[in-house]
Design a protein around this ligand. Structure first.
Ligand code: FES
Length: 197
């Protein structure tokens, strides 16, 4: 993986953070009287839940938001992407998400999600903490003919599928973390709070 790809990934994350900050500032200016009801910067840093408008995430695309100082990805997985997920279980370290620390119980399923369409995952490699790059292409030249879309960590080459499950032979020991989350409506996701049991 070249340095150019690393830079592109970082830039994407920064753009997403800038957009989120801009949105909060605009709301604060328009409705000053309820400013005290908005989560403070300190509360956000400490882990206040983050609301995401899913209508902005086109099919096949990824949105990165910040929660507790970490990048959290939201990927809108197409039916074609989902169809490829079940075809490489034998090549995964933990295909059935048996490591309980890596996802809430309600995401211990083949798509590691509440709704199969949306992957919500912490974008930090479980090896040494780099942020993997979203590589949705099938069989790109640099990742090989078996690549069915997923995430590639540029630091030491860990590979993850589109359910953020790690492939055998990667330095990363476990799947990426799925954070607590729930749906407020079809188009509103809340990251940082568990769905009701
Ligand atoms: S930090 Fe991702 S492979 Fe090492």
């Amino acid at each position: 993986m070249s340095d150019i790809s690393v830079d592109t990934s970082k830039r994407r994350f920064l753009v997403a953070l800038s957009s989120a900050a801009g949105g909060i500032a605009a709301v604060g200016a328009a409705i000053p009287l309820i400013g005290s009801m908005m989560p403070s910067a300190r509360a956000l840093a400490a882990g206040a839940p983050v609301e995401v408008d899913l209508s902005k995430v086109e099919p096949g695309m990824i949105l990165t938001v910040e929660w507790r100082g970490k990048p959290v990805w939201i990927v809108n997985r197409t039916p074609e992407m989902l169809a490829l997920l079940g075809k490489h279980d034998d090549k995964l370290t933990d295909s059935a998400s048996e490591t309980t620390s890596q996802q809430p119980e309600y995401c211990k399923n083949p798509t590691r999600s509440i709704k199969p369409q949306f992957l919500v995952a912490v974008g930090i490699c479980t090896h040494l903490g780099c942020s993997p790059t979203y590589r949705k292409e099938v069989a790109p030249a640099d990742l090989g003919p078996d690549w069915a879309g997923g995430f590639f960590c540029p630091c030491h080459g860990s590979r993850f599928d589109l359910a953020a499950r790690v492939f055998n032979g990667s330095p990363a020991p476990t799947n990426l973390v799925i954070p607590p989350h729930k749906y407020m409506s079809d188009a509103k996701l809340l990251i940082g709070e568990d769905q009701a049991a």
